[in-house]
Write a protein that binds this ligand. Structure first.
Ligand code: A3P
Length: 309
């Protein structure tokens, strides 16, 4: 689907507001009652990330691990955002696939998923995750990405996704990121909050985008170990091929090209897929300011990120 703003009745870009201490837009709070009361099942798998940390990549890996051997239509006609519903999203983002719900918000999509286990995506900071996921002792996979590349990816995403707040220029965005005035709040609070949770909740697998880039196969092995899966060597080989950046970029079911309010002329969803792209965006002064500020905010020594590999 190509983007044509003149033919579309696009609502204005949303405003950020404070929601239980976290910056949000109405797209993620309008369905809050249903989100909060969502009934998780013990075999649900929650994929949690700060936006732009590699959510789609890991969602697709998990989808292939569980459903890669299903009828080909599953892979060829249902976009990944319907196979892995975005829990707190209050409105439909595309059209096709599972037409089983009346409204296609995240909770309804999840409740109507015909596949099991349900793979569910969230960007919520840990303290806002609906309590039934904890009560049901669900498995959770958290993906974290170094703040510099995460920021750059988020900037380009906000430029092209008309349902995001106006990004402003890069300098302005840089400052907002440091101040935590982003949709889903502060990167620093998000990665630290989930990291802390891992110390007490054993069913949480915490992984890093940079590790996935460095050795996707090894990260898939670790994921399988966590999930109790043992794909054959052939299946693993197929999965590794499917989840390569270029293949996902060319796959209409994983590249978000079916979403009408993303303008790929500004920036594609599958943009670069690299570690270290921040160097092309940060000025020397910004890098110094960032590093100084980072030291103050990131005080947990075991949580280490790599900004280059
Ligand atoms: P860039 O904008 O830096 O390219 P999310 O899915 O959380 O929105 O994250 C999107 C980011 O993950 C984008 O980063 C995208 O290119 C990257 N990504 C998605 N699939 C990938 C893959 N198979 N390999 C590497 N990066 C991938």
């Amino acid at each position: 689907m190509s983007f044509n703003p003149e033919k579309m009745d696009l609502p204005p870009r949303p405003q950020l507001f404070d929601f239980h201490g976290v910056s949000m837009t109405h797209y993620f709070t309008d369905n809050w009652e249903n989100v909060q009361n969502f009934q998780a099942r013990p075999d649900d798998i929650l994929i949690a990330t700060y936006p732009k940390a590699g959510t789609t990549w890991v969602s697709y890996i998990l989808d292939l691990l569980y459903f890669g051997q299903m009828a080909p239509e599953h892979q060829t006609s249902i976009p990944i955002y319907e196979r892995v519903p975005f829990l707190e999203l209050s409105e439909s983002i595309g059209n096709s696939g599972y037409k089983t719900c009346t409204k296609n918000n995240g909770t309804e999509l999840a409740n109507n998923l015909p596949t099991s286990p349900r793979l569910i995506k969230t960007h919520l900071p840990v303290q806002l995750v609906p309590k039934s996921f904890w009560e049901q002792n669900c498995r959770m996979v958290y993906v974290a990405r170094n703040a510099k590349d995460n920021m750059v990816s988020f900037f380009h995403f906000d430029r092209m996704d008309m349902s995001e707040p106006e990004p402003g220029d890069w300098n302005n965005f840089f400052q907002r990121f440091l101040d935590g005035k982003m949709v889903f709040g502060s990167w620093y609070d998000h990665v630290n909050g989930w990291w802390k949770k891992k110390q007490t909740y054993s069913k949480l697998h915490y992984m890093f985008y940079e590790d996935l880039i460095e050795d996707t196969g090894w990260e898939i092995d670790k994921l399988c170990c966590f999930l109790g899966l043992s794909p054959s060597a052939e299946e693993k080989k197929q999965i590794l091929a499917c989840v390569q950046f270029d293949n996902m970029k060319n796959n209409n079911m994983t590249n978000y090209s079916t979403v009408p309010f993303m303008d790929f002329n500004i920036s594609p969803f599958m943009r670069k897929g690299k570690v270290g792209d921040w160097k092309k965006h940060f000025t020397v002064a910004q890098n110094e300011e960032f590093d100084e500020d980072y030291k103050k905010k990131m005080k947990d020594p075991p949580l280490q990120f790599r900004t280059e590999i």
